[in-house]
Design a protein around this ligand. Structure first.
Ligand code: EPU
Length: 432
């Protein structure tokens, strides 16, 4: 069990290169199961969720060959099972993408109900609705068991009752090899949805409209392989933007798609942060006091829920009263108690957090309770006076490649230490 030790108040200076997008990678890697050939994926982030997915694919019989640090070849021609093991699947929320991929390719899937970060009810009814519309019989319990009648899904029109990233990607994946045309209405529009569609198209699929609210998938008989590079991670980039907003200094954030950052950039500029946009970089500088702001999370192109904890951490140091409304998840403020331990003044009422800016935060022992909550604690700790110890960092490592190395390279005083056994909470769910 490791923890981060952060000595705060060191302004950040230098360059950080953004890795491949986690939420694209965790959909694209399972979607490689659809491919009847070798598919090469580049710009793969080195994070624990991705490592876990590779283990699941290997267990199903796929050959996974690591070509370099961020480049991998997946050959799914040798897959012999449609039932990944319970223990692996339960560790990661994105394992629900295995249902769409296995069902699409083999007409059958048996996958444990997914695990992952817990910040509210996480139903998969819209995924199931899509599979059923395409002719699958689906039973749910501890496992989701889905079988396509006659062995192959049939194209259908699916109207999503809620805008869901996961359901859009899962139904799109399953439909790529279905017989006939599938139309997804009220689809989510996140950059990773476009990325998954581009990946599938590069392997031979016929998908149009990804990035709009209507996606049309003309099913093909086979996907044959190819090479694809994952887009940069919008949320990782946004997290480093908030890090420099909180700690001060100037960072050049490299390997990004500026358009994807607009919703985050606009909010930070409103708060007094200087952001200069270039072709595939952003220069972010904070050299004046932060101003209060209001933010409400929304599906893309709105402000992302996955940046909500990090922007809230910045708001703890802004002049005046800031307001955060979480409109996507029902319980995504569990990190607030940890920020309060650093001296933040925050009141939560349901889905709204009211933040009174304070002059300074002061380091203390705190715990991450999910991935983005953990990132927010790092952002706050970088700005806090004195030493902050952050435990339960395995949550953070699910989604940030080399967070410590990247931050150290720009002047942050952060290191990982081993926590002696018995000195940490054995029940992370109960901790925060
Ligand atoms: N929802 C339903 N029914 C469904 C699916 C979703 O009611 O069948 C509801 C959810 O309860 C939620 C809303 O729809 O209130 C949006 O959920 P969505 O399906 O979009 O979320 P997700 O696909 O499970 C992905 C990301 C999350 C991110 C959300 C929203 C992955 C693996 N996860 O989750 O990322 O918060 O989209 O953008 O892509 C993270 O990276 O830290 C993270 C949690």
């Amino acid at each position: 069990m490791n923890q981060y030790i952060i000595n705060g108040q060191h302004p950040l200076h230098g360059e950080i290169t953004i890795s491949g997008a986690k939420n694209a990678a965790v959909a694209i890697i399972p979607a490689a199961l659809l491919v009847d050939g070798v598919c090469r994926i580049e710009n793969v982030p080195q994070i624990s969720d991705v490592t876990l997915l590779f283990s699941i694919l290997e267990e199903l019989g796929a050959k996974v060959t690591h070509l370099s640090e961020h480049s991998v070849e997946i050959d799914a021609r040798t897959v012999h099972s449609t039932q990944p093991s319970f223990d692996l699947v339960r560790k990661i929320r994105a394992s629900y993408y295995l249902i769409g991929a296995l069902l699409g390719r083999f007409g059958e899937a048996t996958v444990a109900m997914p695990g992952g970060c817990n910040f509210g009810v996480r139903p998969i009814d819209q995924h199931v609705k899509g599979f059923k519309a395409m002719g699958a019989e689906v039973t749910e319990g501890n496992f989701v068991h889905a079988v396509a009648k006659d062995g192959r899904l049939k194209g259908a029109t699916v109207y999503m009752d809620v805008v869901s990233v996961g359901a859009t990607m899962n139904v799109m994946t399953a439909a790529a090899l279905a017989e006939g045309t599938t139309i997804i209405e009220n689809a989510a529009k996140e950059p990773h949805i476009v990325d998954l569609a581009n990946f599938l198209n590069s392997m031979g699929a016929d998908i149009k409209g990804a990035g709009t609210d209507t996606i049309k998938i003309n099913g093909v008989d086979q996907l044959t392989g190819g090479t694809y590079g994952i887009i940069p991670d919008q949320i990782e980039a946004g997290t480093y933007m908030t890090a420099v907003a909180a700690a001060g200094g100037e960072l050049l954030i490299k390997n990004i798609i500026p358009k994807h950052m607009d919703c985050i950039t606009a909010k930070l500029v409103e708060m007094g942060v200087h952001v200069e946009e270039h072709e595939d970089t952003l220069l972010v500088r904070r050299d004046q006091p932060l101003q209060r702001a209001k933010v409400k999370t929304q599906p893309y192109p709105g402000f992302p829920t996955d940046m909500q904890p990090q922007i809230a951490a910045v708001m703890t140091l802004a002049q005046g009263t800031s307001i955060v409304t979480e409109a996507v998840w029902s319980n995504r403020f569990r990190y607030v108690d940890e920020l309060k331990r650093l001296g933040a003044e925050i009141q939560v009422d349901g889905r709204v957090a009211v933040i009174e800016g304070v002059e300074k935060l002061v380091g203390a022992p705190i715990q991450a309770c999910d991935l983005r909550a953990g990132a927010a604690l790092v952002v706050a700790a970088l700005a806090a006076e004195g030493t902050t110890e952050i435990s339960q960092i395995q949550f953070i490592e699910r989604g940030y490649e080399n967070l410590v190395g990247k931050l150290r390279s720009v002047g942050a005083d952060i290191r990982i230490v081993d926590l002696p056994e018995g000195s940490y909470c054995s029940d992370p769910g109960a901790c925060c």
